[in-house]
Design a protein around this ligand. Structure first.
Ligand code: PGA
Length: 272
């Protein structure tokens, strides 16, 4: 047997053992997609699928369809959450979706600071921090998204930009609540573009974020906060990305719209 073949066998075994043992958080962000009938079919396809006990699968549909999730996923392991909400329990906020409504539908997670909210709907870091704090006050886990655009990547100190964005989006969050925060690094140039960050690029940023979190909040808390990667993740690239040591899971847009693909991704992250 050639040396390269031996190296490949060793690598395959290492990969299999990482995927079989490491816990991953798999989050599907549907954005503004699907009809009621399409949601029902999707939920039928996944409701009885065995996703295993190791990983956590969360779907973030448009809020208008949450009632279907409450109905069809009652006995399933799959959890769900909201893409957007106003950080108040209730009140005179025409057109908004409240914290109380999230809880009413059984949401366990919520996105905060997604780049589409930041860029299209002008949600700033201070508002994102309000959302994060409102979630934590109500036992909902915020998935706090941060990411640089291509211009920032090419022309500025993007690592410092990300730290500043993270710091401001966590403003006045109680350190004791941080264990319920999830941070998703989503470079904007990789979202919906088919261009994924390489595992090395993800690792570089995650290490940088981890260093900041440990320095800021101490190693006990700072080391525990899960770091996700998002941006054109699919069934073809997820394995390679999962091998980056720092990756605790994925925030997946387009590829999570298809039940078969989501199941395929889950199988890969179960080492199957
Ligand atoms: P994508 O979206 O996987 O379609 O790139 C990711 C996201 O925006 O969360």
């Amino acid at each position: 047997m050639e040396l390269n073949d031996i190296k490949q066998i060793v690598r395959n075994e290492l990969v299999a053992s990482i995927l079989e043992t490491q816990e991953f958080l798999i989050v599907g962000n549907w954005k503004m997609n699907k009809t009621k009938d399409e949601v029902k079919v999707f939920l039928d396809d996944i409701a009885n699928h065995d996703f295993g006990n190791k990983n956590t699968v969360v779907i973030i549909p448009p809020s208008a369809y949450l009632y279907l999730f409450e109905d069809q996923l009652r006995f399933s392991q799959v959890l769900y959450g909201t893409q957007n909400f106003y950080p108040k329990e209730n009140g005179a906020f025409t057109g908004e979706f409240s914290i109380d409504m999230m809880k009413d539908f059984g949401c366990k997670y919520a996105l905060a600071g997604h780049s589409e909210r930041r860029e299209i709907f002008m949600e700033c870091d201070a508002f994102t921090a309000k959302k994060v704090r409102a979630c934590l006050k109500n036992q909902i886990k915020p998935i706090l998204c941060i990411g640089e655009n291509l211009d920032q990547r090419q022309t500025t100190d993007y690592k410092q930009f990300l730290i500043d964005q993270l710091k401001r989006s966590l403003d006045r969050v109680e350190p004791k609540d941080l264990s319920n925060v999830i941070v998703a690094y989503e470079p904007i140039w990789a979202i919906g573009t088919g261009e994924t960050a390489t595992p090395e690029q993800v690792e570089e940023i995650h290490m940088h974020l981890r260093k900041f979190l440990v320095e800021q909040y101490g190693s006990e808390i700072g080391k525990e906060i899960p770091l996700l990667y998002g941006g054109s993740v699919n069934a073809k690239n997820v394995k390679e990305l999962a091998l980056a040591e720092s990756v605790s899971g994925f925030l997946i847009g387009g590829a999570s719209l298809n039940a078969k693909t989501l199941i395929e991704i889950s199988n890969i992250l179960n080492g199957k």
